[in-house]
Design a protein around this ligand. Structure first.
Ligand code: UD1
Length: 419
């Protein structure tokens, strides 16, 4: 199993280019199942989750033609497609559950493994299933699989989620796109990746409109041949912004619209970073002394992303005072805390709050990755620790960060991958 060796403390200087958004690509790739005509998707990140999604589409019958650099894919569906998604695929990547909406809408049946919980929380799919049921999907759960079918075309409906869910909103939009009539989705997630998805679908002839948290999907008969460029990854951009603030950096982040992470950039300014926003770029330099932030709370977009929580925690460990981070989205997303404590952090957990003492002098150690975002926090902490750190199980990182070690090495981090 691959590991990272990191020798700290490092200073950051240079330029980094942000890759395509993993989460946006996953929704858009799932959406390609709705097409009879070829679809071209550009700016895919070269990460494991995208390879897994393409593998899944191929197993369903799609023809996948990848460009030489693996960033552009042309997808051509067959007339007859398979509708079975195996446990082996779904357990590896929960994002594969996003094919349920398109499969049921286009082929009126699907057999897909229930995703089950994961380390960061129970992560049920009850909202996905309830919404799809309202559109006309019937289902049973048998042997860990959802056996779903519908009698002909789905029908538009009124859906009101009890809580904002990115995945359930995506699945519902995908199912409603080719349904008969209009679907109103209230309390929809409006994360930038979902806007990207609806922009892609509208470009292909869908009729989707937004008004605040209500998404209205007027069903169309079919989608037309389309080429679309996926947005850049806001969590990757946010992670590099934190890295620069943390490591007294001087960093230019290119290929990214700063407005998308304005909330996170405001927090970094509070922590002392100097930030200049350009056209599709960010200049960021880190302070000598990082200031604590009394209360960082994760929330749905435009709030602070839960996917940025662990990175902010590392930053607050280095602040010269006490901070509190409240996690409002997932019930068990403090897995990095134990590992940060091994590097010397003083953090207490009280329910969904982490109380961070600050003034930590991180000292390198051997660490274990637990999930995608927790793992990147360990990389950031190791980068500012004195001495050598080893980070095990970096396959979690490979799921969602493209070429992290090369990007970091290019800006001055002493990082190496070993087998
Ligand atoms: C997506 C993102 C993930 C991000 C998360 C929150 C992808 C592939 N993943 O995950 O990176 O951290 O949004 O921004 O885009 N919930 C239910 N029932 C449901 C669905 C969700 O109770 O049917 C709960 C979840 O357990 C969680 C909350 O709602 O507590 C939000 O989850 P959701 O927005 O659905 O996250 P994902 O789509 O899984």
């Amino acid at each position: 199993m691959d590991k990272f060796l990191i020798n700290g403390p490092c200073k950051i200087k240079g330029k980094v280019k942000i890759s395509g958004s993993k989460n946006s690509s996953l929704g858009i790739l799932a959406a390609t199942l709705l097409f009879d005509k070829p679809v071209v998707v550009k700016n895919l990140p070269r990460v494991q989750d995208i390879r897994s999604m393409l593998y899944l589409l191929k197993s369903l019958g799609s023809k996948i033609i990848l460009s030489k650099d693996n960033r552009t894919v042309k997808i051509i569906n067959r007339k007859r497609m398979k509708t079975f998604c195996d446990y082996a695929i779904v357990k590896k990547m929960r994002g594969s559950f996003l094919v349920l909406g398109p499969l049921i809408s286009k082929f009126n049946k699907a057999k897909i493994s229930m995703p089950g919980g994961c380390l960061i929380g129970a992560r049920p799919v009850n909202y996905h299933l309830a919404a799809l049921k309202k559109l006309g999907m019937n289902f049973d759960i048998k042997n860990g699989y959802i056996m779903a079918q519908s009698k002909g075309r789905l029908k538009g409906s009124q859906i009101k989620f009890a809580k904002v869910s990115v995945g359930a909103t995506t699945n519902t939009i995908l199912a409603a796109c080719l349904a008969k009539g209009t679907t109103h989705i209230k309390l929809a997630a409006r994360e930038p990746e979902i806007f990207d998805l609806t922009q892609f679908l509208n470009k292909a002839g869908a009729n989707i409109k937004w008004s605040g948290r209500t998404c209205t999907v007027v069903g169309v008969n079919s989608l037309s041949q389309t080429t679309y460029t996926v947005m850049s990854d806001r969590i990757e951009a946010g992670t590099f912004s934190v890295a620069a603030t943390l490591a007294k950096g001087n960093l230019e982040i290119i290929n990214f619209n700063p407005k998308i992470i304005e909330t996170e950039l405001k927090l970094l300014k509070k922590a002392g970073a100097r930030i200049k926003q350009g056209n599709n770029k960010i200049f960021i330099s880190g302070p000598e002394k990082i200031k604590p932030i009394k209360n960082i709370e994760t929330k749905e977009w435009p709030g602070v992303a839960t996917d940025m929580q662990s990175q902010f925690m590392v930053l607050m460990c280095m602040a010269n005072g006490k901070s509190i981070i409240t996690e409002n989205i997932f019930e068990n997303r403090f897995l990095h805390v134990g590992e940060l404590q091994r590097l010397g952090a003083t953090i207490r957990i009280q329910k969904n709050k982490a109380i961070i003492e600050g003034n930590t002098k991180f000292i390198g150690a051997e660490l274990m990755s637990s999930d995608l975002r927790a793992s990147v926090a360990l990389v950031l902490a190791a980068m500012v620790s004195s001495g050598k750190s080893i980070i095990n199980r970096i396959y979690h990182l490979d799921r969602g960060y493209e070429n992290l070690e090369n990007k970091l090495r290019n800006i001055g981090v002493k990082i190496r991958r070993v087998k």
